[in-house]
Write a protein that binds this ligand. Structure first.
Ligand SMILES: Cc1ncc(COP(=O)(O)O)c(C=O)c1O
Length: 407
C-alpha cells in the first residue's frame, strides 16, 4: 500500500489545518453559540439583485455565451474597469492594467506569496495576523518576523531583510484595531528605506461603523510617488464581506508590471475566475454596492455594540478587549496567566460556546510573544443581541471560575 506521508513535499510540513475552518464544520451543531468564525451574515446578501442579474444574463444570448466561456486570466474586462474606476473615485488613481481578479482575496494572498517568497525568505507580518494569510504564506516556507505592535519599535524592523510586510490596516482580523495614518506613513518610509514591498489586505475597509476613514496604504503611496507604477504596495480587495463570499471574487491592485507577473501565476493555478460569477457581481455592484454596504454596516454596528455591552456586563476585572470601529472582530485578553486554549476548550465543552483561542493567529516562531497564550477572538458578525449576551455571559462565568481557580 502507498505510504502517502513519504510522498508529501517538504513544504507540507508547515501546512496545518486551520482551527477556524475546522470549527465551521460545527456550524450546524445545535445549541452551540458561535462567537468564533467571522462569516458574513447570509441574511444581508443581496438575493433579489443577484437573481435579477442572473435572469438578465440568460435572457441575452451574447452575454450568456460570455458567461459560460473561460474568462481572461486577468479577469472580466468590464469588472476590472469598474474596480479601477471605483478605486480612483475613492482616492487611488489607477487603470484597468493595475487590477487583476482573483478567486477571493485568499487567492490574492497566495499568489503574492508565490511571487515573492523563496524558501527561507523573510516575511514580516503583524502579530497576531489573519490566519488564512499565514497558512497561505506557510506553503512557501518563509521565516517570519513580527512587525511590532508599537510603531516606535519599527526602526529595528529595518534590519529584518523582509521581502514584504503583510498588514490589514482597517479593523484587523483578528484584533479589530486600525492602523493610524501616521503609522501607515511610517510603514511606507520603512518600505522605501529597505526596498521591501507592503501587502495591504483591504478585506474589511468598506465596513466602517464610526470614526474617520483613514486613506489606504496604496492611496498614500500613490500620493507620495505621484503615480501607481513606482509604489511598493500591493493591495488586496474582496466582495466577500459586502456582497457574498461564495462568488469568490477578489482582486489585487498595484503596479501594472507586477500585475502582469501575477497573471502568469493565475494562468498556471486555475486559468481564470468564473466569468459567470464576475458578470453577476458586476451587475450587482453597479447598482447595489452602496445599499449592500449600508445594510452590512447597520447590522454589524448594532451587533458590535451589543457584544461590547455584554462584555462590559459579564467580564471580571483583569479581562480587557478592543473596541473596533469596523470589521467583524473583538480581541479579548484574559489575565496574563490564564490559558486561552484551555479557556476555549472549556467554553465549548462546559458552556456550549465556540470561540477561537488567540494562538491560532500567531505564526510559527512567535510562541513566546505576549498575548499568544491568553487572548481570544470573538466575532459579532452572525449573532443577534440576545444570543450574544447569553454567550458572553457564559464566557464571563467561565472567566470568573478560572480566576477563582488561579487564586
Ligand atoms: C483579513 C482577511 N483577508 C482575506 C480574507 C479572505 O477572504 P476572501 O477570500 O473571501 O476574499 C479574509 C476572510 O475572512 C480575511 O479575514
Amino acid at each position: 500500500m502507498t505510504d502517502w506521508t513519504t510522498l508529501y513535499a517538504t513544504r507540507m510540513q508547515q501546512v496545518v489545518a486551520s482551527d477556524i475552518r475546522e470549527r465551521i464544520k460545527l456550524l450546524d451543531a445545535k445549541q452551540i453559540i458561535h462567537l468564533g468564525g467571522g462569516l458574513p451574515d447570509p441574511a444581508i446578501f443581496p438575493y433579489d439583485a443577484l437573481a435579477a442579474a442572473s435572469q438578465a444574463i440568460w435572457a441575452d444570448p451574447v452575454r450568456a455565451r460570455t458567461a459560460l466561456q473561460y474568462a481572461p486570466s486577468e479577469g472580466h474586462g468590464p469588472l476590472r474597469s469598474w474596480i479601477a474606476a471605483h478605486m480612483t473615485a475613492q482616492g487611488t488613481p489607477c487603470t484597468v492594467d493595475n487590477v487583476m481578479i482573483t478567486n477571493g482575496s485568499q487567492q490574492a494572498l497566495d499568489f503574492i506569496a508565490r511571487l515573492l517568497l523563496s524558501p527561507g525568505d523573510t516575511a514580516m507580518v503583524e502579530i497576531p495576523s489573519f490566519i488564512g494569510a499565514l497558512r497561505a504564506f506557510d506553503a512557501y516556507e518563509p521565516r517570519y518576523v513580527g512587525l511590532p505592535v508599537d510603531a516606535a519599535e519599527w526602526d529595528a524592523a529595518r534590519l529584518a531583510g523582509a521581502k514584504f510586510c503583510y498588514v490589514g490596516p482597517d479593523f484587523r482580523n483578528p484584533t479589530g484595531t486600525t492602523m493610524t495614518r501616521a503609522e501607515r506613513e511610517k510603514l511606507l518610509d520603512l518600505a522605501e528605506d529597505t526596498g521591501m514591498a507592503v501587502v495591504e489586505d483591504g478585506c474589511y475597509e468598506a465596513l466602517r461603523y464610526d470614526g474617520q476613514a483613514v486613506p489606504s496604504l496604496l492611496s498614500l503611496a500613490v500620493e507620495r510617488y505621484g503615480d501607481i507604477e513606482p509604489v511598493p504596495v500591493l493591495h488586496t480587495g474582496t466582495f466577500s464581506k459586502t456582497i457574498a463570499p461564495s462568488l469568490r471574487i477578489g482582486w489585487i491592485a498595484g503596479p501594472a508590471a507586477v500585475i502582469r507577473k501575477l497573471v502568469l501565476i493565475k494562468q498556471a493555478a486555475d486559468l481564470a475566475t468564473s466569468a459567470l460569477n464576475q458578470m453577476l457581481l458586476l451587475d450587482v455592484v453597479q447598482t447595489h454596492l452602496d445599499n449592500a454596504v449600508a445594510a452590512g454596516c447597520a447590522a454589524y454596528r448594532e451587533r458590535r455594540d451589543s457584544m461590547l455591552a455584554a462584555l462590559e456586563e459579564a467580564m471580571p476585572a483583569g479581562v480587557t478587549w478592543t473596541r473596533p470601529e469596523g470589521g467583524l472582530y473583538i480581541w479579548v485578553e484574559l489575565p496574563e496567566h490564564m490559558d486561552a486554549t484551555l479557556f476555549a476548550q472549556r467554553a465549548l465543552a462546559e458552556h456550549s460556546v465556540s470561540i477561537i483561542g488567540g494562538a491560532a493567529f500567531f505564526p510559527a516562531g512567535a510562541e513566546k510573544l505576549p498575548g499568544r497564550t491568553n487572548s481570544l477572538r470573538l466575532s459579532f458578525s452572525m449573532i443577534g443581541a440576545e444570543p450574544a449576551r447569553e454567550g458572553v455571559r457564559r464566557l464571563g462565568l467561565l472567566a470568573h471560575e478560572m480566576v477563582a481557580e488561579m487564586a
